[in-house]
Design a protein around this ligand. Structure first.
Ligand SMILES: Nc1ncnc2c1ncn2[C@@H]1O[C@H](COP(=O)(O)OP(=O)(O)OP(=O)(O)O)[C@@H](O)[C@H]1O
Ligand SMILES: [Mg+2]
Length: 270
């Protein structure tokens, strides 16, 4: 810079543009922060929609069941009572889940002693459709008296997502050969203070190049090939991992295509 550059030139040629750049930078940073906030809100909204879908599907099928009974003129049919009862229970659970999701966002989880047996039973009751009707054999091998330290509703969300994935893997491979889902729970072999829950299916398995990405938000291989077929959002496993992390646990996957997939969850015992 010339030593005889007048002060006003320094101002107009250097300092003013610098101030403008600084101002633009500040605005860009604010926009970025706002964008990140919105992206988080978007993900939370997608997560809530995802978990509600898991619950609304059975509510809708129970309503249909009841309506069919009424249409057939059987007003005192026990099916109607069952449909209303199940619909109500699922709706109440939807309310609890929204509370659990808000807690998750706030980073809070209840810390109760949760019975693993109850957890598995409650989760299976949310799956409205009996797996056997789709040719799937369901095995449950849960040791009695196992207790986990955690939030029952959030842990049910994890099991529900894993069971839905297992069922979709078995139905979606198109072979029509059925298969089996096995739920096991025991104390971890190498650590008495941890409980291990596993969900294994005999579906087509997960390709090795996908294994690293399945827990990423929005990663899915479920694209609808026919209209009306369910598409994935790729949020199920992401939610599972968030919940298990918050509980100080771990979730891992083993898969050997085409022989099946096992998800293992380790959680602190109560
Ligand atoms: N049991 C399984 N067998 C085979 N592949 C699986 C299994 N579980 C998960 N995957 C793979 O992992 C991907 C991600 O699973 P995730 O549950 O996060 O999303 P999604 O099931 O595709 O969609 P969403 O759960 O949002 O409906 C799936 O698209 C699928 O490719
Ligand atoms: Mg899923």
């Amino acid at each position: 810079m010339d030593s005889d550059t007048p002060q006003s030139d320094v101002q107009t040629q250097i300092l003013d543009p610098l101030a403008r750049i600084q101002q633009e930078l500040d605005e860009a940073r604010r926009a970025l922060e706002e964008g990140q906030k919105l992206a988080t809100v978007g993900t939370i909204a997608a997560v809530i929609a995802h978990e509600f879908n898991n619950l609304l599907t059975p509510i809708a099928s129970y309503c249909q069941m009841g309506l069919r009974s009424i249409d057939a003129g059987k007003l005192d049919d026990p099916i109607i009572r069952k449909a209303l009862d199940k619909g109500l229970k699922h709706a109440q659970r939807a309310g609890k889940i929204s509370g659990a999701l808000l807690n998750l966002v706030r980073g809070h989880a209840d810390e109760d002693a949760v019975s693993v047996q109850t957890l598995v039973e409650e989760t299976l009751s949310v799956l409205a459709r009996d797996p056997q009707r789709d040719g799937i054999a369901l095995r449950v091998q849960v040791k009695p008296d196992l207790q986990i330290k955690g939030d029952a509703i959030q842990l049910e969300q994890v099991l529900l997502n894993l069971l839905i994935n297992a069922r979709q893997a078995l139905i979606g491979d198109g072979s029509g050969r059925g298969g089996s889902i096995t739920i096991r729970a025991d104390r971890a072999a190498d650590d008495e203070d941890r409980i291990r829950i596993s969900i294994a299916d005999t579906g087509p398995g997960i390709a090795p190049e996908h294994l690293e990405r399945i827990f990423d938000p929005f990663f899915t291989t479920k694209t609808a090939s026919k209209p009306g077929e369910p598409k994935g959002t790729g949020l199920g496993l992401h939610i599972c991992r968030q919940i298990i992390d918050r509980h100080g646990g771990a979730i891992r996957v083993e898969s050997t295509p085409p022989r099946g997939t096992t998800f293992n969850i380790l959680l602190p015992a109560a």
